[in-house]
Design a protein around this ligand. Sequence first.
Ligand code: NDP
Length: 313
Amino acid sequence: MERIKCLIIGSGPAGYTAAIYAARADLKPVVYTGMEPGGQLTTTTEVDNFPGYPKGVDGPSMMVELQQQAERFGTEVRIGHVTEVNLSNEAGGIHTAVVDGATKIEAETVIISTGASAKYLGLPSEQRLRGGGVSACAVCDGFFYKGQEVAIVGAGDTAAEEATYLANICTKVTMLVRRDVMRASKAMQHRVNNTPNIEVLYNTEVDEVLGEQVVEGLRMKNNQTNAVSEIPITGLFIAIGHQPNTAIFKGQIDMDDAGYIVTEGKSTKTNRPGVFASGDVQDKEYRQAVTAAGTGCMAALDAERYLGSLGAH
Ligand code: NDP
């Protein structure tokens, strides 16, 4: 069976940054890309907030560049999806992963960078218009709706925070809350309620996103009265939570109630020696490409130090 020093699972900014650092430290990392090579950024158009791109860059191009940078130092990038893991519980123990249900590989260290996926409502009109005005990231895409009217769905801290973010850019933000209360903290609700250009509609759900190629409006339904109404908007932001991609690690890696991997203190260490987590899979709060890249760097440094402490590197 093939044995490697450093297995990196996932190919978003966290995985590739971990690979750049691990390769430069001569850990000869192997990256398995997962089902969405390049991660969430490949579904974004323009990325304007990653340092070093003064003119912005489109998400897929940025991920190709990150991959090339990792490969330049000897990272091996393989198309494949890790479907099963067996993570050792002993310092210096060997971890095993199964790729695509078939190939087994052994690794001295594992960096989990499998990310998180935004939840969507699941309406056909919403899915059709993703990339055409439907977005799950206000910080990424809000700027494109400058001076326009938008709507946001959700009532948690993310929705409240993104609503106030959008209110600074857009002329009007309609916030759809499915119950008669918001889940967001009182402080966040206060901010929303004190922002004059945010209108909160309670007991309201999306019936259909209107528009053929791009979003032109929203048909909404009051779930108490069944009254249907329409508003003109150009952008619809879905902020109903994220799902960390951690199913294959359940029972082995410690997670919080929402399934995010718990790391030790400021480090990327998990509860298993030699297994580290970086990026959105362990961060439900910041979720930015640059913060993911930062923790990817940390994970590679933690892996290198771990091997050093064993005298293995
Ligand atoms: P949450 O799970 O907290 O909230 C999701 C929201 O989406 C809920 O209000 C929920 O409604 C609503 N929702 C879910 N499904 C649907 C649907 N199908 N239709 C309409 N609405 C729906 O996710 P968040 O992303 O907001 O937050 C995740 C975690 O991150 C939380 O712990 C949060 O506190 C934290 N966070 C903290 C921040 C901060 O402190 N600055 C900033 C951002 C996040 P309902 O309430 O009815 O269930």
